[in-house]
Design a protein around this ligand. Structure first.
Ligand SMILES: [Zn+2]
Length: 258
């Protein structure tokens, strides 16, 4: 007797399912190489080997590996080395390639998380866009925050003692309870210094409600980065608009993990 096969989370077809990493293999491998050069810090930096087991081989080795490949190149060229304090950032990208990958990682990470049902439902509607069957995801708002490494200052000696490197990999939800919060979901995807926010309406909302939500979010978080729009091919971020790595940033994130 053949056991009932489950459906692929992307194409929806019942097939033999395979394992897919939540984050692209190429990103994890590059980060691990970087970790080896640090002194045994890898245990407290990230846990990037999360996998999902509900993706068919044709999706996994086909379209998903293509969009991973383009993103890994973008990651290697721009995000692999943490940005240092005082540096300006020039970032060139293909908007659709970037957004498809960020939505795919968010969808994977929501499925890998025990309490991610609501996020899975909200993200599933972007599967046709991720797979390239539709050309845009017009209701998703993308923002980029640059988080630089920081100098550790010894306040007794006033000497700089090493740095807190912006080395991490995260995909999590951001908790926010301000105006209009029930109509939106916020996800954070952090790749070293590049922290992307995805702001996703949970149902169709008017532009005035979007404005109320975004203004409230920016007022309460301060660190929300700058908007990345689909017409953009590059962005320049001056050092004044970056922030720096500090423990409360990380603590805030780990409490809001999902
Ligand atoms: Zn599939």
């Amino acid at each position: 007797m053949e056991s009932k096969k489950k459906c692929c989370a992307f194409c929806g077809v019942q097939k033999k399912l395979s394992r897919e990493h939540v984050f692209p293999n190429g990103v994890i491998r590059k980060l691990e190489e970087g970790m080896l050069s640090l002194n045994d810090k890898s245990d407290k930096v990230f846990k990037a080997d999360l996998v999902v087991k509900d993706v068919c081989e044709p999706c996994n080795n086909g379209i998903l590996s293509e969009i991973d490949g383009r993103f890994v190149k973008l990651f290697e060229d721009n995000m692999l080395q943490p940005i240092q304090p005082g540096d300006n950032v020039e970032f060139e990208f293909n908007y659709n390639d970037l957004l498809r990958e960020l939505l795919k990682i968010s969808y994977n990470s929501a499925r890998a998380s025990a309490d991610g049902f609501k996020a899975v439902a909200a993200l599933r509607k972007y599967v046709p866009y991720i797979l390239g069957k539709v050309n845009d995801a017009p209701d998703v708002m993308l923002r980029l925050l640059i988080v630089t490494s920081s100098n550790r200052l010894n306040t007794e000696t006033n000497q700089i003692e090493g740095t807190m490197e912006a080395r991490l990999l995260r995909s999590c939800k951001v908790s926010y309870n301000g105006p209009q919060h029930s109509n939106f979901m916020i996800r954070l995807l952090a790749f070293n210094s590049f922290w992307f926010y995805l702001i996703i309406p949970l149902k169709p909302v008017s532009s005035s409600k979007i404005e109320v939500f975004i203004n409230g979010f920016m007022d309460s978080y301060h660190l929300t980065g700058i908007p990345i729009c689909k017409t953009m091919k590059s962005v320049s971020i001056p050092k004044e608009k970056t922030t720096y790595m500090h423990p409360s940033l990380i603590e805030g994130m780990s409490r809001k993990r999902a």
